[in-house]
Design a protein around this ligand. Structure first.
Ligand code: SF4
Ligand code: SF4
Length: 358
């Protein structure tokens, strides 16, 4: 089914197909015509990352660390309660008819939440498509069947283990649209290039999505990729060509795609959507522009404050203003907006025009 959202404040329309996940946004509409100018933001988030997990059952075992992934949520050393059903329902009810998808996440695998199925059910009751990412470690055929009933797509983190392959197989067998989330850093870019060169990912998957490594939580600075690293160019050359599966990336990677890719339609690229079309709500009910805002610089506490109040808060506006005013002399400004306002070191740009206010 296709959902249409008309934005009365910023004058554009979005269409979202809850079966295929296709999401299209018009330009700003004036006098009934599309002006071709992209809207800077929506009047309510279209996608919300909901950190339903407050703690991770794998934290103490170092599952992520063994896979070379530094948990950006500090899952190995932080234990907080998971989000309650009541809080989750409160969020979902506000999103009804205004948001397309809820991406469940937080500090751990959402499939290990004590009320996992109920969370997914609440999404569907409110016309929202639930998605989530998992290590796959605790996934069972029963949980995969629950995903098949409710989820738009499920992503398995690329931890290169037997449980990774088992989870992918279980999800595919349950008819779930299955993606791989691959964290791209110094320690994993060589493998990414090689696998893309050979189309070497499990058969049957829908897409491999590359998520840029960030120096947040247990993610180290040493693992951040430098913009002039020649491997970065080689990686984007692989992104730029066809594969037997789809290839995607998070919006944090977009400055790199703008710089190095020639075949990707610029209209299909969207730079950081944090605070513009998406946001994060943690299990502690603090809403921020992005889940990587670990210091809570742009956070607004919810309840009694609503999602709409937080979206219109000064903290969110401050974040957006940094993008609005970034790199005024750069020709790619419209598309890139200076990249990540949180962590300048992850932006694949070395231009002399680069400038972002603090
Ligand atoms: S704020 Fe930075 S880390 Fe967050 S979505 Fe934007 S680019 Fe990515
Ligand atoms: S100068 Fe700024 S807007 Fe231009 S490409 Fe670099 S980061 Fe993006």
């Amino acid at each position: 089914m296709k959902y249409k959202i008309t934005d009365p404040k910023y004058h554009f329309i979005t269409v979202f197909d809850d079966e295929t996940g296709v999401y299209v946004r018009t330009g700003i509409i004036k006098n009934g015509r599309d002006t071709g100018a992209d809207p800077f933001m929506a009047s309510f988030p279209h996608l919300i990352d909901v950190g339903v997990m407050g703690h991770c059952i794998h934290g103490k075992t170092g599952l992520c660390q063994k896979a070379g992934i530094g948990c950006y949520q500090n899952g190995a050393v932080t234990e907080k309660p998971n989000m309650t059903i009541d809080d989750f329902r409160w969020i979902a009810e506000q999103c009804r008819g205004r948001t397309n998808q809820l991406a469940l996440g937080g500090r751990g695998d959402p499939d290990q939440h004590e009320h996992f199925e109920e969370l997914l059910q609440i999404c569907r009751e409110n016309g929202l498509v639930p998605n989530f990412t998992t290590s796959g470690y605790g996934l069972t055929p029963e949980l995969a069947a629950v995903c098949g009933k409710y989820c738009g797509a499920v992503a398995v983190s690329w931890y290169r283990s037997t449980y990774t392959h088992n989870a992918i197989r279980m999800l595919l067998d349950a008819g779930v649209k299955t993606n791989i989330h691959y964290v791209l850093g110094q320690n994993s870019i060589d493998e990414a290039i090689e696998r893309l060169e050979r189309d070497d990912f499990p058969t049957g998957i829908n897409a491999v999505i590359f998520l840029l490594h960030k120096p947040a939580g247990q993610g180290t600075r040493e693992n951040v990729l430098a913009p002039e690293d020649p491997r970065v160019k080689r990686f984007f050359a692989q992104i730029d060509r066809d594969h037997s599966f789809r290839v995607g990336m998070d919006s944090c990677n977009v400055p790199g795609a703008i710089r190095f890719c020639r075949n990707i339609l610029p209209q299909s690229l969207d730079t950081c959507e944090g605070g513009r079309f998406s946001c994060y709500i943690g299990a502690d009910m603090v809403m921020s522009t992005c889940s990587f805002d670990r210091k809570g610089q742009y956070g607004a506490a919810l309840r009694p404050c609503t999602i709409e109040d937080a979206w219109n808060s000064e903290a969110f506006e401050h974040f957006r203003n940094r993008m609005r005013s970034a790199c005024p002399d750069c020709k790619k400004r419209e598309l890139c907006m200076g990249g990540c306002p949180l962590m300048p070191e992850i932006v694949f740009c070395s231009s002399e025009h680069r400038k972002m206010e603090q």
